[in-house]
Design a protein around this ligand. Structure first.
Ligand SMILES: Cc1cc2nc3c(=O)[nH]c(=O)nc-3n(C[C@H](O)[C@H](O)[C@H](O)COP(=O)(O)OP(=O)(O)OC[C@H]3O[C@@H](n4cnc5c(N)ncnc54)[C@H](O)[C@@H]3O)c2cc1C
Length: 257
């Protein structure tokens, strides 16, 4: 089985984020594999163990993404591909990324492509479905369980806390949701082996793509943090007085009554 995982290098949103001049300042930020993509990597390795084949991890980024690709290799992925495109284009969006990935898949045999449900930074959840649309293959988002029998996939997906069961066929793209599995940590032997595993580097030219083919379809106008929360108000005194004051404020300040 030819198994592919698309991963994004993201900054760690557990850390303090600084917005400067309408953009996130990533200087000094810690970068990680997008956490949802770790579920995708784990599931890919489990599918390989069950069905044989090969797992390839692929990212659109720049040289710095090699670290995250090596981490995936250390987890047990067989091969990595870095499509080095960030420095070639001034403007990019989800379509740009998806188009580049789809072009790669058009030139490679795949049975299943796994990605994250969404990226914790950009968070649009568009890249996976957009790749599948461009390839004209079925896709299922937010999966929490998958079983493959030859060319049939039986999938459970998260629907706002409920479960939807879906049956579809391969080749297929899925995006992975929390609860699918427990991603493994890279082992020490895994880290040693990862240094020698193949990491292919491609550029847009190698995919016969030029700037026009991947032109962004959207433009980010501004990025800003939510306004700081005002301090809460604690009422004091007799309970009847507190209720009267609360109702008055809901009427005059909050204007919700
Ligand atoms: C030429 C170019 C330049 C870019 N420059 C920058 C930049 O300077 N800084 C920056 O932070 N981002 C940059 N990007 C990344 C781009 O903005 C995002 O990849 C894209 O918009 C994803 O949007 P999202 O975060 O909403 O992902 P979502 O759609 O929420 O991601 C869902 C899933 O799609 C997959 N995915 C998402 N992005 C990628 C990727 N890049 N490669 C492989 N799989 C992916 C992952 O599986 C992820 O879990 C650039 C992309 C391109 C093509």
């Amino acid at each position: 089985m030819n198994i592919f995982v698309i991963i994004k290098r993201t900054f760690d949103t557990e850390e303090k984020i600084v917005v400067q001049k309408g953009a996130i300042n990533t200087e000094g930020a810690e970068f990680i594999i997008n956490p949802y993509d770790e579920y995708a990597i784990e599931e890919a390795i489990q599918l390989k163990n069950e069905h044989d084949g090969e797992v390839t991890v692929i990212t659109v980024g720049n040289d710095e993404a090699e670290k995250e690709l090596r981490t995936a290799l250390a987890m047990g992925v067989d091969k990595a591909v870095l499509i080095n495109a960030y420095d070639d284009l001034e403007e990019s969006d989800e379509f740009t990324t998806a188009k580049i990935l789809a072009e790669y898949f058009n030139e490679n045999n795949y049975d299943i492509i796994l990605g994250g449900n969404l990226a914790i930074d950009g968070g649009s959840g568009q890249v996976g479905p957009c790749v599948a649309e461009l390839l004209d293959i079925p896709y299922v988002t937010a999966i929490t369980n998958i079983n493959i029998d030859k060319v049939t996939a039986t999938i459970e997906r998260d629907v706002e806390g409920d479960v939807e069961k879906v049956e579809t066929s391969l080749p297929l793209l899925v995006t992975c949701q929390q609860g699918l599995n427990e991603p493994r940590y890279p082992s020490l032997p895994g880290i040693m082996k990862a240094k020698k595993k193949p990491l292919e580097e491609l550029e847009l030219d190698d995919l016969d793509l030029d700037e026009d083919d991947v032109e962004a379809k959207t433009k980010t106008l501004d990025i800003f943090l939510p306004p700081e929360k005002e301090a809460g108000k604690v009422f004091e005194g007799e309970i009847d007085d507190q209720v009267t004051e609360l109702v008055a404020l809901l009427r005059t300040d909050a204007k919700v009554l």
